[in-house]
Design a protein around this ligand. Sequence first.
Ligand SMILES: Cc1cc2nc3c(=O)[nH]c(=O)nc-3n(C[C@H](O)[C@H](O)[C@H](O)COP(=O)(O)OP(=O)(O)OC[C@H]3O[C@@H](n4cnc5c(N)ncnc54)[C@H](O)[C@@H]3O)c2cc1C
Length: 380
Amino acid sequence: MQPIIIVGSGLAGYTVAREFRKLDATTPLKIVSRDCGSFYSKPMLSNVFHQKKDPAKIASYSAAQMAEQLHAEVLPYSSVTALDPATRTIQINHQDTGYQSLVLALGADQRRIDLAGDAAEDVLSVNDLADYLRFHTLLHDKRRVAILGAGLIGCEFANDLTSGGITVDLIDPASWPLSRFLPEPAGQVMADALSGIGVQLWPGCTPVAVDRSDDGYRLSLSGGKSLQVDLVLSAIGLVPRIMLAQAAGLTTARGIVTDACLRTSAEHVYAIGDCAEVENLLLPYVMPIMQCARALAKTLFGTPAKVTYPAMPVVVKTPAMPTVVAPPLQQDGAWETDGKAGSMRAVYRNADSSVGGFALLGDRVEEKGALLKQIAPWRI
Ligand SMILES: Cc1cc2nc3c(=O)[nH]c(=O)nc-3n(C[C@H](O)[C@H](O)[C@H](O)COP(=O)(O)OP(=O)(O)OC[C@H]3O[C@@H](n4cnc5c(N)ncnc54)[C@H](O)[C@@H]3O)c2cc1C
């Protein structure tokens, strides 16, 4: 019997495998990953530096342990370089391998920013454990880091590194941090909290160039300002990995396009996680992946299931200002804010005045449960 092959050993790939094994203990399962195949919590990476945790201890299970747990074959350090839906084969390290069903759980790349300067290539990003190990090694003895992008990951790293004794410059073209998630008054509360712990914010600024200097890097910003830093970390967003699917003729848009059952345009091929665009939605977060994995496991088992999304709040790991956001799905309404310095409740009202999303900061995070009950599940 040909195996079900899952390409990718991130949260999406391993969670599908786990959910599938709850339904089916025997169908051969192969998990192929171009990384080391160990299981770790990716969200931990932007919150672990100040804890002084040994980076070698972040992974909770090795590839071999995952293989045993999942009763699966796990192939680490193995790249899938091509796929042919017509013959139901993929190339693993350039060798043809057949599948009965194929799950693409390829993740996303950090978006690269176009910068001038002789050190533009030295700009770092952290999107997986190997990136973090490299960043952590380079951080040794360093004192000042510039972070490009004050989104979820940029703000979390800013808080984490500052708590760990690093001086942080946080640069973003928007006027307030987390501008995709928070209305301005709430963003100002976050900005005040980050400034309060020592983060230097540079709102309304765009990085232009990175050049080597005698002791680190000179980062030039729009408006003529320049900063002297030891490292530059970019956190400006993600680009789903679609090239493999594109080359095989699958329908792609921003991500690999799927229907509500996670089916791509090719028969027996599915996509999930940061690489997938499920019914026009890109949701590169943990909770949507868990929902999708449960649905996809049923579909792989032969009982096709559509994913449904409950309201899925994202906890922003900024201890300087505890924050939880449930981003609105529709954009036809408006934010209502209520708060003061140090805390804030922002509720997004859809056009019909129902609650479409929220952002809670400081002691208002306690209102999460009550607000979640007011958001209708997203049915796609
Ligand atoms: C620093 C950080 C903090 C985050 N914090 C949060 C948070 O607090 N809350 C939240 O909800 N979300 C958070 N996220 C997002 C969340 O972690 C991701 O949405 C999720 O981990 C993505 O899982 P994935 O399996 O889709 O992708 P990945 O984990 O990127 O896995 C992709 C896998 O595919 C493999 N692969 C890719 N191409 C190939 C190929 N050609 N051949 C073989 N293997 C291949 C890779 O090696 C990898 O194993 C955070 C993300 C980051 C980077």
